[in-house]
Design a protein around this ligand. Structure first.
Ligand code: G3P
Length: 220
């Protein structure tokens, strides 16, 4: 199982990968995160994160045709190689679920080497199946957004798990640690969490009380 940070906030990203490096495998972003952070140029984002030891970086490749998505992936690949020199710092192309998006996944797998694709905005088993059939590395169901409309994201995860296996799921739109716990108990292979949730995952009052007690007794 791998844990990712879901953010485009540079300060959060710097702090999270400086502090939580033992547990983080990478970073996931999306265009709305960039908009909220006022990041208008993807080039400047890569320049700002280039030296942060992020690991696997997931960035959206938008486009209304297969060719435009592939062109965007080529640009992201160049930026990744230019600004992120560590050979382990791979990139995964987040592609919103659509027919031309699936065409782009197949195209990338056919004409490029060691490509990672993350088919995003998955909300049904059928979509997850089609994404995997096209050759997606990851399928990305958004739990919080699915719950927000009164649906049950954990049932969706069970359904996807039952037909695709857990390795290819990258669960996103996580709202709280109980989402994470449910996913871990379902052996979901990849989970991306906001920084707030990552920090909450660390906490338990009994742990805090135990450390206070140990410190008190040790100092006697
Ligand atoms: O883009 C992936 C997902 O984590 C964003 O979900 O609900 O935080 O907008 P949300």
């Amino acid at each position: 199982m791998r844990l990712f940070l879901d953010s485009a906030n540079i300060d959060e990203i710097e702090e999270a990968f400086e502090e939580y490096y033992p547990v983080l495998s990478g970073l996931t972003t999306n265009p709305t995160f960039f908009y909220r952070e006022g990041i208008i140029s993807i080039d400047s984002f890569f320049e700002q994160i280039g030296d942060i030891p992020i690991g696997e970086l997931h960035v959206e490749a938008m486009g209304d045709t297969c060719d435009k998505i592939v062109e965007q992936c080529d640009k992201l690949n160049e930026l990744n190689h230019h600004y992120r020199s560590n050979v382990d710092d791979s990139i995964a192309y987040k592609i919103p679920f659509s027919l031309h998006g699936l065409q782009a996944v197949e195209n990338l797998n056919t004409f490029a080497q060691n490509i990672k694709t993350n088919v995003h905005l998955i909300y049904s088993v059928n979509q997850a199946f089609l994404a995997l059939a096209a050759g997606a590395t990851y399928v990305c169901p958004l739990m919080g957004r699915y719950d927000d409309i009164g649906s049950d994201s954990l049932t969706l995860i069970d359904e996807i798990n039952s037909i695709l296996g857990n390795g290819s799921i990258l669960a996103a739109s996580i709202r709280h640690p109980s989402h994470v716990k449910s996913l871990l108990l379902k052996n979901v292979g990849n989970i991306t969490v906001p920084y707030k949730v990552l920090k909450l995952m660390m906490d338990h009052p009994l742990t805090e009380r135990g450390i206070l007690e140990f410190n008190e007794h040790e100092s006697r």
